[in-house]
Design a protein around this ligand. Structure first.
Ligand SMILES: [Zn+2]
Length: 283
């Protein structure tokens, strides 16, 4: 969410009415648990997310804690700044949790918004190669993906995914695989393409059981890491990346909708027609 401060509490300095801000998704946290005390309130067991567990984000106004606010650089408008949250999800996965190093080969499984942002971040962070793997319904996005400098989309079920990754990685496999899909097949793909000694960061999640052997985790001595949400620093870094246009989100904003059209906005993302929808509010 991106907007302007219209009212403020007594002890909320240095924020002022009129400041342009983005707001993290943490509607409320306990402030006392281990995660809250160690700088990761987004993992508080009592976390209530705006728009899901507590009011806000689907209204023209909401009440936010000052700890969740970030100043929008002057170069960014509200629409572009509103993409900070999904890009921060990708940033946390690739950088904060994936610890991508310069020259590593990266595979991103899942060509939705998070996958496309993750691939852009990996490219910007100096990956030797970035291979983005999608499915049939992602094919219409292939020209956009190519225009973002992310190469040719590899389509699971159509292309030989393992051979495609070998071709990109000098036959070694991927040092870092980002699972931005969450279906059980995506994890199997990740295990197929990860290099010996490589890492898999699982951002996507879903309720389906695996249904296959996890022996490759042992055989390839793979590290699997979960990544959920984003921290304060992830947001700050992403705002800098958006401001410098290092990450192109504007090309990924497929359409804008009024709040009365919210169902269409979500449906057009679920169908794969839109990479990202933006909903506009007028106070
Ligand atoms: Zn807590």
């Amino acid at each position: 969410m991106a907007g302007e401060i219209v009212d403020i509490g007594a002890e909320c300095g240095p924020w002022r009415v009129g400041d342009r801000v983005v707001c993290e998704t943490n509607g409320s946290v306990c402030g006392k648990c281990r995660m809250c005390r160690t700088g990761s309130p987004q993992h508080c067991p009592d976390l209530k997310v705006f728009g899901a567990h507590t009011d806000g984000f689907f209204a023209a106004r909401c009440i936010a804690s000052i700890e969740t606010l970030h100043s929008i650089p002057t170069e960014l408008d509200f629409v572009t700044a509103s993409m900070t949250e999904p890009v921060a999800v990708a940033y946390a996965g690739v950088i904060s949790r994936g610890h991508l190093e310069l020259g590593e080969h990266v595979v991103v499984v899942g060509a939705g918004a998070i996958g496309i942002f993750a691939a852009q971040i990996a490219r910007a962070a100096g990956a030797a190669s970035v291979t983005l793997i999608g499915v049939d319904r992602d094919v219409p996005k292939a020209p956009l993906i190519a225009s973002l400098g992310l190469g040719e989309l590899v389509v699971s079920g159509r292309d030989n995914v393992v051979e495609a990754v070998k071709g990109q990685t000098r036959q070694l496999g991927a040092d870092l695989v980002i699972d931005a899909a969450g279906v059980s097949a995506a994890m199997q793909t990740a295990l197929d393409v990860v290099a010996v000694g490589g890492r898999i960061v699982k951002i996507g999640w879903g309720p389906n059981p695996f249904g296959y052997s996890l022996d490759p985790v042992v055989a390839k001595v793979v590290s699997i890491v979960g990544s959920r949400g984003h921290g304060w620093l992830d947001w700050e870094r992403v705002l800098t990346l958006l401001s410098s246009r290092t990450i192109d989100v504007d090309s990924c904003i497929s359409a804008k909708y009024e709040i009365g059209e919210w169902e269409t906005a979500f449906r057009d993302m679920e169908s794969g027609r839109n990479v990202k929808s933006v909903v506009l509010f007028h106070d």
